[in-house]
Design a protein around this ligand. Sequence first.
Ligand code: PMP
Length: 434
Amino acid sequence: MTSAPRPASPASSEDLHKRRAGAVARGVGSVIPSYVDHASGGTIVDVDGREWIDFAAGIAVTNVGNSAPRVVAAIREQAERFTHTCFMVAPYESYVAVCEQLNTLTPGTYEKRSALFNSGAEAVENAVKIARHVTGRAAVVVFDHAYHGRTNLTMALTAKNMPYKHRFGPFAGEIYRVPMSYPLRDGGLTGPVAAANAIELIEKQVGAENVAALLIEPIQGEGGFVVPAPGFLPALREWATAAGVVFVADEIQTGFCRTGDWFALDHEQVEPDLITLAKGIAGGLPLAAVTGRAELMDAVHVGGLGGTYGGNPIACAAALAAIETMHELDLPTAARNIEATMLPRLQTLAAQDPRIAEVRGRGAMLAVELVLPGTLTPDPTTTAAISAACHRLGLLTLTCGTYGNVLRFLPPLVIDTPTLTRALTLLETAFTTT
Ligand code: PMP
């Protein structure tokens, strides 16, 4: 049974924002100054009763929508049975069941194992631990524009200084960065040529025999929704196999039906050795995972992987319910339908507005990159202004990109067509009035 939304909080967003300033550290930012009262499949309602169309999905988390009925029921039922025992102390079935699901759903036809964690950054840290342990090598290769998290190791893996790394060093060592295939900005290199350039740098500057892992987002998230040219990922995969390097796909943002398939690697039939997962996995509850080849995952000694909360039973129950919902509602198809509705409208907008250099992305992970007209010079100021105009109109958009000049769209995959269409009209208004 779904309960009716509670009445709006007696405190206004303005009151809460004032209270926040005296209580919450300034370093934790928020995109909008409105405070949430309740949210559903495609909208968020704030404490002032104002409705926002959700083009953020909590940064690609609520793929099944907010408070998805199955997820709510599973959470409630699990919370009444037990809330936490720690899987490393007294194990339970739902952890095992989530691992079974991940082993089946993720790309790769080989035998797999999984381990569960709390956040994306923690999953990435553990993938690096496993790759180093198995190979006995130290180096990790990452890409320009990459984002992998905010812990010390994942800050080192992340490309962008401000705001993620600035004055937070020294960072973990043995991280090497090579160019990403970025068709708009690398002169349109083909995927295989861009990969050959990256591989040459790795071989000359690091040495393949020193590389434990090559870590890549199949479509970059925070870095700007950068979709590599076709053939880039397969060429890197082939090289990693030949060089004995563990190929780690970070599908934390692209995973769980977001791009129109269960995982972004499915588009190019690339099989990773390890995959990191989080965000969309559990309908909004904190859960993350590393899934991969059984012989790599099982190489680590007992006790080498884990954590107090990793695979918390409520988060696991939510994940099983979210995955069921993805199957039941066929969310890969839903993401493709979102693309089919959005892409033509975005392309028409781009044809009329010379500030849009490119429309790109896949499924319900779409973006526009903004430049000074007639150049490739990034325009973060206009990007921020258009995003702010969207917010004034009631459309919750996010920006991203190394240059802050990408406006990205991440609706929940269950958003209904009238709401989606309304959102696109608001977006067009934001462009024409800014
Ligand atoms: N990897 C990618 C590709 C991400 O998009 C993110 C989060 N934006 C992370 C890692 C880190 O995840 P978390 O914030 O859950 O630590």
